[in-house]
Ligand binder design. Structure first.
Ligand SMILES: Cc1cc2nc3c(=O)[nH]c(=O)nc-3n(C[C@H](O)[C@H](O)[C@H](O)COP(=O)(O)OP(=O)(O)OC[C@H]3O[C@@H](n4cnc5c(N)ncnc54)[C@H](O)[C@@H]3O)c2cc1C
Length: 454
C-alpha cells in the first residue's frame, strides 16, 4: 500500500472529483538530485494511528481527500486493546465503522472492583452499567481492528507507509504552505499538515511544546488468547471489567471478544528505567509484580503470548492557558496524543483522539469548501478547532492525572480507607463517567457530494 514517491495519482485520486483541482502537483525544484524533488499536497496527515486515520476517514466522509504519512511499513498490527466509552462509539458511528467493530467486540456489562489482598475478602463493589450509568456503551476494542476499520474507509494509496517525517522544514510563500522532510529524503509541501504523530510528536516539538512529563507510573498491558477448540478455547469470563487494587499498584482484565482478554498492571516507579526488548523477560517481570494476586488475573497473564505484552511509561502534558503553545502554527495543527497526551486512568486518550478527528475534519472541510488557503481560512479553521477542543481536553488530561495520583497511593491507611469506605460506599459510576456524555454529532457529507470516487 506504499504511496509511490513521485506518482501524482495517489493523492489526486483521494480528492472528491469536484475538488480535484486542489490536488497535488509534483514540482521539481532542483535538477540536482532525486531527493530534492518536492511533492505538493493539499492536506497531509502525519501518523496512521487512531487520530490520523480517524481524521482522514472523517475528511473523506465530508468529501475531502488527504494523504496519511506513516513511519511504519504497515498499520500497527501489534498493540493490545483500547477501552472505548460511548463518546468514542459516537465518533465511530459518525465515521460509519461502529457496527462492524461492535459485531467483533463484546459489550461490557459492568465492573467488579476487588482487593488484591486475600485478607480483604475479594470483591469490594460490583457495578452494572445498565443500572448505574444507563446508556453507557463500553467495549474493549483490539487496536489492530480499530485501525483496520478506519483505514478501510480510505481509498487505496491514501496511506503512504514507510514515510517517516524527519522534520518540519518551515513555512513559506504567501499562502504559508509547510514543507516537510521525510527520512528517505522526500520533500512535501502541503497547505495543511495535521500532526497525529503520537506522544513523541516531532511536530509538537517543532511547535514549541514541552516533552510529555513522566508521571511516576508504568503500565504493563497484554492480550490473552483463547483460540483453541474445546476446553482451551472461547471466552472464559463474563463481560465485566475486573479491577484489582493493591498498594501502589492496580491491575485488571476485561474480555474483549470471543477469544481475547485484555489485562493491565499500573505500578509506581521513580523513573522508567531501560527499555526491555526481550518479550519473555517483560512477561516474567509482569508476573513477578503481581505474585500472590488473585489466580484468575495470573491465569490470564500466563495465557498471553510473550509478544503480546508491552510495558509503557505513563506520561501527560497539561495545556495550561497562557503557557502551552497554541494547537496550530500557520498551516500545521495537532490532534490526539501529539497535542494532549494523557494518562489512561479515565480510558479517554483514544476516545478524545477520535473526538478531535471529527471536530477538526468538520472545520477543515468547511475551509476547503470556502476555497481554503493555509494563511487565512485553514488557519482560522484550526483556531476554531482549538477553541472548541481545548476546554474539553485540558480538564480531562488534568483529571486523568489526578485520578492516577490518587489510585496509585501506596500508603496503607489510605488504601484501607479506599477499600473499606471510598469504593464500597462513596464511588458513583454515573457521575464518574459524566465526561463520556460528549456528543460529536454527525458527519454530514455536503449535499452535492455523492460518495467520493475510490
Ligand atoms: C497503558 C495505556 C492504556 C491506554 N488505554 C486506553 C483506553 O483504554 N482507552 C482510550 O481511549 N485510550 C487509551 N490509551 C490512550 C491511547 O492509546 C492514545 O490516546 C491513542 O493511541 C492516541 O492516538 P494517536 O493517533 O494520537 O497516537 P498513536 O496511536 O500513538 O499514533 C501515532 C502514529 O504516528 C506514527 N508516527 C509517529 N511518529 C511519526 C513520524 N515521525 N512520521 C510518520 N509517522 C509517525 C506512529 O507510527 C503511529 O502510527 C491508553 C494509553 C496507554 C499508554
Amino acid at each position: 500500500m506504499a504511496l509511490a514517491t513521485t506518482s501524482s495519482h495517489a493523492f489526486s485520486s483521494c480528492l472528491h472529483p469536484r475538488r480535484r483541482h486542489r490536488g497535488r502537483r509534483n514540482v521539481a525544484v532542483s535538477p540536482r538530485s532525486e531527493v530534492q524533488r518536492r511533492e505538493e499536497m493539499e492536506i497531509v496527515i502525519v501518523g496512521a494511528g487512531v487520530a490520523g486515520l480517524a481524521t482522514a476517514a472523517s475528511l473523506r466522509r465530508l468529501g475531502v481527500g488527504a494523504t496519511v504519512l506513516e513511519q511504519g511499513a504497515s498499520l500497527r498490527a501489534g498493540g493490545t486493546s483500547l477501552t472505548l466509552f460511548k463518546n468514542g462509539w459516537r465518533v465511530l458511528d459518525a465515521i460509519g465503522v461502529a457496527d462492524e467493530l461492535r459485531a467483533k467486540h463484546l459489550r461490557v456489562q459492568g465492573m467488579k472492583m476487588r482487593s488484591a489482598s486475600p485478607a480483604a475478602g475479594g470483591v469490594l463493589r460490583e457495578f452494572s452499567f445498565e443500572e448505574e450509568a444507563p446508556g453507557q456503551e463500553v467495549r474493549a476494542v483490539e487496536r489492530r481492528a480499530l485501525l483496520e476499520a478506519l483505514a478501510s474507509r480510505l481509498p487505496p494509496g491514501a496511506i503512504s507507509f514507510s514515510s517517516k517525517l524527519r522534520r518540519v522544514v518551515g513555512q513559506q510563500g504567501p499562502d504559508g504552505a509547510t514543507e516537510l522532510e521525510l527520512e528517505d529524503g522526500r520533500r512535501i509541501v502541503a497547505k495543511v499538515v495535521v500532526g497525529c504523530d503520537g506522544v513523541n510528536s516531532p511536530i509538537a516539538r517543532w511547535m514549541g511544546f514541552s516533552e510529555p512529563r513522566y508521571v511516576g507510573h508504568m503500565a504493563f498491558r497484554g492480550l490473552a488468547r483463547y483460540d483453541g477448540a474445546g476446553d482451551g478455547g472461547g471466552q472464559p469470563f463474563e463481560a465485566k471489567v475486573n479491577y484489582i487494587y493493591g498498594r501502589g499498584m492496580r491491575a485488571g482484565f476485561v474480555p474483549v471478544s470471543a477469544t481475547r482478554v485484555y489485562w493491565f498492571i499500573c505500578f509506581n516507579r521513580q523513573s522508567p528505567g531501560p527499555k526491555i526488548t526481550d518479550p519473555a523477560a517483560l512477561k516474567r517481570e509482569a508476573l513477578e509484580l503481581v505474585r500472590g494476586w488473585p489466580e484468575d488475573l495470573l491465569a490470564v497473564m500466563r495465557d498471553t503470548p510473550d509478544d503480546a505484552v508491552v510495558r509503557t511509561p505513563l506520561v501527560d502534558r497539561w495545556l495550561w492557558p497562557g503557557l502551552a503553545p497554541p494547537a496550530s502554527r500557520g498551516g500545521v495543527v495537532l490532534a490526539g496524543d501529539a497535542w494532549h497526551p494523557m494518562t489512561p486512568n479515565l480510558g479517554q486518550g483514544a476516545c478524545c483522539a477520535l473526538e478531535d478527528a471529527v471536530v477538526l475534519a468538520r472545520r477543515l472541510a468547511a475551509a476547503a469548501a470556502a476555497g481554503g488557503d493555509a494563511a487565512s481560512s485553514y488557519g482560522e479553521a484550526m483556531r476554531a478547532y482549538e477553541r472548541e477542543r481545548w476546554g474539553r481536553v485540558f480538564p480531562l488530561t488534568a483529571r486523568a492525572g489526578l485520578v492516577g495520583a490518587l489510585v496509585q497511593w501506596g500508603n496503607p491507611a489510605v488504601c484501607a480507607a479506599r477499600d473499606g469506605v471510598v469504593i464500597p460506599r462513596l464511588v458513583r459510576l454515573g457521575p464518574f463517567l459524566e465526561h463520556t456524555n460528549f456528543d460529536c454529532g454527525l458527519l454530514e457529507p455536503p449535499p452535492a457530494a455523492a460518495a467520493p470516487s475510490p
